[in-house]
Design a binder for this molecule. Structure first.
Ligand code: NAP
Length: 331
């Protein structure tokens, strides 16, 4: 094999273009582990990178794809036998290292996770960065003492990748979930994933001059940020926690101190890309076992690289529901 296919993003003065191209294998980065990619997935960061967002990918032309699952072809570090089924989720993949929207990736050995028994390559990508992030958020809530019988957990951006997996994970584990969504036509779907209550996005997204709101929620997983996050802090019960991971609603934090000093709430940051490798290994093993999601397959669409353009645009305008699994291998 001397060439491979990749979805390349070009950034010129006229704007962004995306094209499937044949590239020389010799152009792959010179790292230890060469992986034949079978599956990838679409995350918000990929949509930004595929739209020329230099905060994610500084250099173009570029191949996005922060997640990849496939089979090891060669490993100069000696840690992985050829034929081992592995996943790469996060680190610099798809940001400034050529990513998973391609037939091959070549990465350092310490980015690579061997898939646990019970989790196949496609399921590892149905989860991908969104799934490990939802899991890290829940682990952080549990670490601060949030329990299923403490009260409802709020999930914002609930139809998105992280949000929908968080709703389904929490409900599968017995938590009562209040989903926050901007999509009035997605309420039934969120109910199927396990949400028992639904709030409209506007219930949290506007600035609120009040120092506190009624203390309703034991915990929250927030993918939106800014005013939504601030209003969540004001709505947590005494000692409650919010795991904050997303910024689709903005990056500022216009908060005051009252929820912290009057209710002892906790604001927990979640950063999945550079979390240690063993954290990915741990949460993927959970998803293969006690955290197995009954509707994982049903909540994902399967697309090919040729079909990805409209989905990227829809994601950037907030118009997607669930996850997109990307079939890479054509055989
Ligand atoms: N910290 C980390 O490690 C980490 C890891 C993964 C993702 N993230 C971040 O988490 C966020 C979600 O990622 P994702 O991959 O799940 O994206 P996604 O699939 O595109 O989901 C985002 C969801 O947010 C809601 N939304 C969109 N625009 C909004 C707006 N202006 N205001 C409020 N809600 C809006 C929509 O859900 P509804 O229509 O249901 O409201 C949308 O489906 C992104 O900011 C991403 O960068 C962070």
């Amino acid at each position: 094999m001397t060439t491979y296919r990749a979805l390349r993003i070009h950034l010129t003065e006229e704007g962004v273009t995306r094209a499937l191209e044949d590239r020389a294998m010799s152009e792959l980065p010179d790292h230890d582990v060469l992986i034949r990619v079978h599956w990838s997935s679409l995350n918000y960061k990929d949509a930004l990178s595929a739209n020329g967002h230099k905060g994610v990918s500084r250099y173009y032309p570029h191949t996005p794809g922060i997640d990849a699952a496939g089979v090891v072809e060669r490993d100069r570090s000696g840690q992985f036998q050829p034929g081992t089924q592995v996943a790469v989720i996060g680190f610099d993949l798809g940001m400034n290292t050529q990513g998973g929207f391609a037939d091959y990736v070549c990465v350092p050995a310490d980015w690579v996770v061997t898939l646990p028994t019970g989790l196949n390559m496609a399921d590892s990508m149905r989860l991908g960065t969104a799934g490990v992030t939802a899991a890290y958020c829940l682990e952080k809530l549990i670490e601060t003492g949030v329990r299923a019988d403490d009260g409802p957990i709020l999930v914002t951006g609930a139809t998105g990748g992280v949000g929908s997996l968080a709703v389904h994970l929490l409900s599968t584990l017995g938590y009562k979930v209040t989903a926050v969504t901007g999509k009035t036509d997605a309420h039934d779907w969120l109910g199927q994933l396990g949400a028992t209550d639904i709030l409209p996005r506007e219930a949290l997204s506007e600035p609120d001059p009040k120092a506190l709101r009624p203390a309703q929620f034991a915990g929250a997983i927030d993918t939106v940020g800014e005013h939504t996050l601030v209003n969540i802090l004001k709505s947590l019960r005494f000692g409650g926690s919010v795991a904050a991971c997303g910024i689709v609603g903005g990056t500022a934090l216009p908060a005051d101190i009252f929820p912290f000093i009057l209710r002892g709430v906790n604001l927990l940051g979640v950063a999945s890309a550079d979390a240690p490798l063993d954290a990915r290994t741990r949460v993927l093993a959970k998803y293969a076992g006690l955290w197995k999601l009954p509707l994982l397959n049903a909540m994902c669409d399967t697309l090919t690289l040729d079909e990805l353009g409209p989905r990227i645009d829809a994601m950037l305008s907030g118009n997607i529901q669930g996850r997109a699994l990307i079939r890479i291998a054509q055989d």
